[in-house]
Structure formats: structure tokens, C-alpha cells
Design a protein around this ligand. Structure first.
Ligand code: NDP
Length: 339
């Protein structure tokens, strides 16, 4: 069987984090309903990912796949493929659990669903606090962070971090925390370079983790009027040819060379291997500059339905939609897997 060798970065708490992870968000369909039909493919692809050497798995309460992800992990441990301490499992706390005490409730529920006795990295999924009914709870993310510090001190998690924090929010958090976040997980791809945010985080010893690393480049995510580069972009195709790699591999390698951890999601086995086969070549300086020039501040993930909530981290647009029900309420209406 093919194997991949994924290097690690050192976090500001002294622990290691693999420099590429497996993303487990299956997304919403055209009707904004959660895609549950993909569970069997996810289980198979994640199982294969661990077999070939992935060690970093990114999930979240929201994704509704923690039980499946946990089953795969525990099976691989039982089968002797991997030891628990060799894996790095991230999960996230959703908007409804931003009171400091609720962070522990959410983390304990994730542990139960995953069937694990600790989580490697727990993230605040977004800086906003919103109830299941869509009420803006206006809980300061600094209060929520106290809850994260508490689960860290209790040993439920080995590291704590944030996601979707903008530059001002990162500065305020870092100025007012007891424990620094180890990562900020945000969208980064060729269209959204986020250089000011990445530079600041790196200057503070906070690693940037990139979600949606392909943006709208891949056909499955293509959006009307979304900018270049697409998979058939001549510049990208020429670079792929020059390095003997694919366009998606060039994209992921570019992020790695910026010291950013990418979380590509795929349920396609051949792509699982392809996406992690990026640690055996180097993009030269002038090609890095060519790739950087695609940055045009275009966001693939723009949840306008949250834009009027306190602490929404992105700029607002003129028209917004309602919050999709599947992003508010799940498990028969009450997130019933959380007591
Ligand atoms: P990605 O950029 O990973 O894109 C996923 C899409 O790309 C899928 O349609 C997949 O298809 C396709 N794909 C993957 N690899 C290849 C390849 N080599 N060639 C061609 N197509 C490919 O986007 P996501 O939005 O899924 O982000 C990745 C992960 O980041 C998520 O799974 C999640 O873990 C995390 N995330 C975190 C967020 C946050 O708020 N913190 C928000 C969004 C994502 P297929 O599966 O059919 O192969």
C-alpha cells in the first residue's frame, strides 16, 4: 500500500501538529440540508487515509460525523494500525455553547460521540454566540475562551484554539488570554491569501490552519463568476507540469511553504493519496510569487446569514439569507446528543 509521510509543525505549547489534515465536513446540499448520504464514503476514505499515514483529523460537533469519525479511529487503534498518541484529533464547539460553563458540556459530548478520552485540539468554531432559535446571545468570546482554558486545565483537551477569528479579534484575544490559542483555523486558498492575518498569527506563535484550501478551484465548488484559477488555468497547468505534480498538489504545497496547515476534504480515495503527496518537492521563490498573485480577497465561505450578529468576523454584503435550519438545530430538534 502507498504511504505518505506528513511532517509536523511545533505549536506554542510545545506539542506537534501534523502539517496537513483530513477534513470531515460533508457540507450542505443545494437545499441547504446537511449531506448525510456521504457517511459511508467518508468512513471508507478516512479509514484509508489513516492506513496510508494521515494522522491529523479535523472534525466538529456541527459536522454530525463525530460518531463515524470516532468509530474509524477506534477501529484503527484496535487493529494496531495506529496508536492513539500518534493521532491528532481536532473538534469544535458550536455557537450554542459559548457560555464558559457550556464549553465543557460541548467538549464532553464530543468526547462521548468520538469515543475518546481526550481531544488533541478543541476550537471555538466561530466568534459569534447564537442560540438554537437564532437569538444573538452577545456572549463575549473572551468569556468563551475562559471555558476553553478550563477544559485545557482539566485535561479534557491537549490544546485550545480558535477558528474564523479576524485580525482585530485575534489581537484582542491574545491581549486578554491566560493561555494563547495554538491555532486560528480560517479560510485560505489561492483567492484568499489572508497575509495580514497569517503574518500576525505567525508573529505571535499561532499557527494558521487553512480550511477550504481549494476555494472554488475544484469543479465541485465552482461558483458563478468565481475568480481564477480553476483547475484548467494555464498558469496552474504549466506549474503542475514543471514540478510533475497536479494543480491541486501545487495549491496545497503553496500553503505548506507559507507554514500553513491545509485541511483538504475528499471522500475519493485516489485524492486522499494525491493530497498528501506534496512533501517531496519545493516550489521555487518566483513560482511562489506567481501563486501569491492570484490573491484577490475572494471568499468561498461567506455565511451572510450571520452577518448582523455581534462579532461576525467578515465584511457585510447587501443581501443576506436566513440561517439554514441545519446550521441551527439537529438531532430531532434539540441537539439532543448534548444533555
Ligand atoms: P476543500 O477545499 O477541501 O474542497 C473539498 C472539495 O474538493 C470536495 O468537493 C472534494 O471532492 C474536492 N477535492 C478534494 N481533493 C481534490 C483533488 N485532489 N482534486 C479534485 N478535487 C478535489 O473544502 P472544504 O470546504 O471541505 O474544507 C476542507 C475542510 O476544512 C472541511 O472538511 C472541514 O474539516 C474544514 N472546514 C472548516 C470550516 C470552519 O469554519 N472552521 C469551514 C469549512 C471547512 P470529493 O470529496 O468528491 O473528492
Amino acid at each position: 500500500m502507498a504511504k505518505v509521510n506528513i511532517p509536523t509543525f511545533k505549536m506554542n505549547n510545545g506539542l506537534e501538529i501534523p502539517a496537513l489534515g483530513y477534513g470531515t465536513w460533508l457540507g450542505l446540499d443545494d437545499n441547504l440540508k446537511f449531506i448525510t448520504s456521504g457517511f459511508p464514503q467518508l468512513v471508507e476514505a478516512l479509514s484509508y487515509a489513516i492506513d496510508i499515514g494521515y494522522r491529523h483529523i479535523d472534525t466538529a460537533h456541527l459536522y454530525r460525523v463525530e460518531p463515524e469519525v470516532g468509530d474509524v479511529i477506534n477501529k484503527k487503534i484496535q487493529d494496531g494500525v495506529v496508536k492513539r498518541e500518534e493521532l491528532f484529533v481536532t473538534t469544535k464547539v458550536w455557537h450554542h455553547y459559548h457560555r464558559a460553563a457550556d464549553v465543557e458540556v460541548s467538549v464532553r459530548a464530543s468526547l462521548r460521540r468520538l469515543g475518546l478520552d481526550y481531544i488533541d485540539l478543541a476550537l471555538m468554531h466561530w466568534p459569534m454566540s447564537i442560540s438554537q432559535d437564532g437569538v444573538d446571545e452577545k456572549i463575549d468570546y473572551l468569556e468563551t475562551w475562559r471555558g476553553f482554558e478550563s477544559v485545557l486545565h482539566k485535561g479534557l483537551v491537549k490544546a485550545i484554539g480558535v477558528s474564523n477569528f479576524n485580525l482585530d479579534q485575534m489581537k484582542r484575544l491574545i491581549a486578554n488570554c491566560e493561555v494563547k490559542p495554538v491555532v486560528n483555523q480560517v479560510e485560505i486558498n489561492l483567492n484568499l491569501g489572508q497575509s495580514a492575518l497569517v503574518d500576525y498569527c505567525q508573529s505571535q506563535g499561532v499557527i494558521t490552519v487553512a480550511y477550504s484550501p481549494f476555494g472554488t478551484m475544484v469543479p465541485s465548488r465552482a461558483a458563478p463568476h468565481s475568480p481564477e484559477p480553476k483547475m484548467d488555468n494555464p498558469v496552474m497547468v504549466a506549474l503542475a507540469k514543471k514540478y510533475g505534480k497536479t494543480v491541486t498538489q501545487i495549491t496545497l504545497r503553496y500553503l505548506y511553504q507559507r507554514n500553513i496547515i491545509a485541511l483538504p476534504k475528499t471522500v475519493t480515495k485516489s485524492r486522499v493519496l494525491e493530497n498528501a503527496s506534496i512533501f517531496d518537492f519545493t516550489i521555487d521563490k518566483s513560482d511562489m510569487a506567481t501563486l501569491a498573485a492570484f490573491d484577490n480577497d475572494y471568499r468561498t465561505v461567506r455565511p451572510t446569514f450571520w452577518q448582523d450578529y455581534e462579532n461576525y468576523p467578515f465584511d457585510k454584503v447587501a443581501s443576506k439569507m436566513d440561517i439554514p435550519i441545519d446550521l441551527k438545530i439537529w438531532k430531532n430538534g434539540a441537539n439532543a446528543d448534548i444533555e
